[in-house]
Design a protein around this ligand. Structure first.
Ligand code: CA
Length: 670
């Protein structure tokens, strides 16, 4: 259903449509380039009356302004409402908003055009353009809707419309009655970072990965936050690598891991196919996790020297590994020099407006005296509306990109004061100088507005890994229920966005994946089923669009329960690595590297059946991935011959394939 308003001799600022379908509330219309206002929406069959509401005023007689109506009716106030009749057919309403990435994006150097429509309503669709006609495919679906996808194998200006077949008839889907063709100007406003899409990610928690330099270990103790804190003081601990967990484990028990240690383990990371390292915070801070920054411009000496950092980045780059840092603009630690100055001098401090102080003088750590992140006294919140604060923070991000980092992950972006404006500005500044820099936001939920081209390239996709793939791998979601969720996920994000996905299941902030899959706590021995389920989960992550990201040690089948002093952060016990799981991760990396379809942007659902779900990968649907979270199952194959390429190589199948219990199989069209 489409509402169209073409102003005759005025230039309205806001136009909405109010009618019996929305209880006469306001649905805002969108102004198109030629001045026409449009709203497309889906309505159930029925007769509806409505009026336009222009700059706060009702239109008196709709028959004079809306020739697209099916009729007009007395409004009871001496004017006329417009009437639209929605027959069964108009449930064919096409949802298409080409200004948004889910509907139009550039991925793999193709222009991808997609629309959404009610589930099972149309039989065929074609993308008709000024540079060719392209068959569309039913790409992904869920219980009530589906996405149709067409790709133009070029990025250049073109005009287009759709034809669809439904109920044996053909329909054309135009932009509007007076401007029938949609127009694409050929410009890519939200470029995909191909190096991310083809990559393999790995998260490192520096204090707990590897100790490469014993001489800096004790440096952690001299500036720990507990020493400064006047409300909850304490004493940090320096432990040996395999010492037991204490109650200070999450934050103030140090183990001596450092940058030099990561450099020494680059060969290991290379053997895992890693091309991107995400480092938890490494700048001067008062904790083992580093989220209470003291100085954004300075490497924490417990992690090493600038020289060691320089060496690490150079060696990593030589090994084909890029590195992103963790950026925490929402709050500082209490030891930040600006906060210390405020604490000492009150409103005489030039940094008074950097924070939100409620009473002064105060004690360091007193969360009632100033605003802290989530009320936490050790994390005073920054006033990110203050231009000086913005400049300080953004220049820090730029400094480290200039230094050699390849992007960053942002901690709790949605908590920032003035978040939207802050991240728009940050993106503009970063991309102007470092167009290839990867910007990832720590947003845990499906949030298309954060990845619309104005802020982040990707979110931390717990929405995919933790909310969809984990319950499937655990066996608590059927194939169909999982595909419904995946369908909504892929419908919500642009193809470029999904392909730049920072796809993780767990991290320093959650229990380990193997623990969540029933493997037990740190120190337990996981059973074979839990191991098998982690293998299934990681195989899904490595075969879906986007970059799989492994939290350090998951590849060794380590366990860790978050509720027990964040034991998922326990130091990497190198000699306890599970070789079977390690070989599995290595073979997944090898698979991704050797099969370009698996690092392409495109996914197309095949089918579900009981515990099985399956999807195609590659621009010609040349690879078929079949997952099974239950008992042994047989799946009918698409036409042709299919050759297994993982986990075994070479077996050929026609018509059907048997999928072993709790496993994943990758086939290639023969
Ligand atoms: Ca060390």
């Amino acid at each position: 259903m489409e509402f169209v308003y073409t102003p005759k001799n005025l230039t309205p600022r806001i136009v909405s449509v109010r009618g019996s379908f929305n209880d006469w509330g306001q649905w805002y219309m969108r102004k198109t380039a030629n001045g026409t206002w449009i709203l497309r929406t889906c309505l159930k069959p029925g007769n509806y009356q409505y009026k336009f509401f222009i700059d706060g005023k009702w239109v008196k007689d709709m028959s004079k302004v809306d020739p697209t109506a099916d009729g007009y009716a007395d409004d009871g106030y001496g004017g006329k409402n417009a009437v639209k009749v929605v027959s069964g057919l108009s449930t064919l309403a096409i949802d298409f908003r080409p200004e948004r990435p889910p509907y139009l994006s550039i991925a793999d150097n193709r222009t991808v055009v997609r629309f959404q429509v009610g589930r099972g309503l149309i039989e065929n669709a074609t993308l008709v353009t000024s540079i060719g006609t392209f068959k569309m495919e039913r790409q992904v679906w869920w219980s009530s809707g589906e996405v149709w996808r067409g790709e133009v194998p070029a990025v250049e200006p073109f005009e287009y419309y759709f034809t669809i077949q439904a109920n044996g008839s053909s329909y054309e889907v135009f932009n509007s009655s007076n401007e029938p063709f949609f127009k694409f100007d050929g410009k890519d406003r939200f470029p995909q970072l191909q190096w991310v899409s083809t990559g393999v990610g790995y998260q490192i928690f520096p204090d707990r990965f590897y100790n490469g330099n014993r001489s800096n270990d004790a440096l952690a103790l001299d500036h720990d936050e507990l020493i400064l804190n006047q409300v909850s003081p304490g004493k940090p601990i320096l432990s040996n690598w395999s010492d037991p967990i204490t109650p200070l484990h999450c934050c103030h028990q140090y183990f001596g891991g450092d940058i030099a240690g990561i450099t020494q383990k680059l060969d290991y990371l290379q053997s895992l196919g890693v091309t991107l390292i995400y480092l938890n915070p490494i700048f001067l801070s008062g904790s083992a996790h580093g989220y209470d920054t003291y100085d954004y411009y300075r490497l924490d000496p417990k992690f090493g020297t600038d020289e060691e950092l320089r060496t690490f980045l150079n060696e990593a780059h030589k090994s084909g590994i890029r590195v992103i840092f963790d950026f925490v603009p929402d709050h500082t630690g209490i030891g930040h020099w600006a906060f210390i100055d405020v604490w000492k001098r009150g409103n005489q401090s030039p940094y008074w407006d950097w924070y939100f102080v409620k009473k002064w003088p105060f004690k360091l750590g007193d969360g009632s005296a100033y605003t802290g992140w989530w009320g936490i006294g050790s994390l005073p919140k920054l006033n990110t509306e203050n231009p000086k604060v913005k400049e300080y923070l953004m220049n820090a991000a730029l400094k480290w990109l200039d230094f050699g980092f390849d992007g960053f992950r942002v901690d709790v972006p949605n908590d920032l004061v003035n978040a939207d404006e802050f991240f728009r500005e940050l993106r503009a500044k970063v991309k102007a100088k470092h167009p290839d820099a990867y910007m990832v936001g720590e947003i845990w939920t499906l949030s298309p507005d954060w990845v619309d081209g104005s802020k982040f390239d990707s979110l931390m996709n717990y929405a995919l890994g933790k909310d969809i793939l984990l319950p499937y791998a655990r066996g608590s979601l059927s194939g169909k229920a999982t595909m419904n969720l995946l369908g909504k996920y892929y419908a919500a994000y642009g193809e470029n966005v999904a392909a730049m996905g920072f796809n993780l299941v767990d991290s320093h902030d959650t229990s380990r994946v193997l623990t969540d899959l029933g493997g037990g706590k740190l120190g337990d021995k996981p059973d074979q089923e839990a191991i098998q389920r982690q293998k299934l989960l990681s195989a899904l992550l490595y075969t879906l669009p986007g970059m799989p990201v492994t939290f350090q040690g998951d590849e060794c089948a380590f366990l860790g329960d978050k509720s027990h002093y964040d034991e998922q952060r326990y130091p990497f016990q190198w000699e306890k690595c599970n070789g079977d799981m390690l070989r599995h991760y290595r073979s997944l990396a090898e698979l991704r590297k050797s099969v370009p379809a698996l690092t392409s942007s495109k996914i197309l659902f095949y089918r579900t059946q009981g515990s099985v779900l399956s999807f195609f990968r590659g621009h010609n649907n040349e690879v078929l991935v079949i997952a099974n979270n239950g008992g042994r199952s047989e799946l009918e194959l698409p036409e042709g011959t299919w050759k297994e390429i993982w986990p075994e190589k070479g077996k050929e199948f026609k018509e059907s394939v048997e999928i072993p219990a709790v496993s994943l199989v990758v086939l290639e069209r023969g």
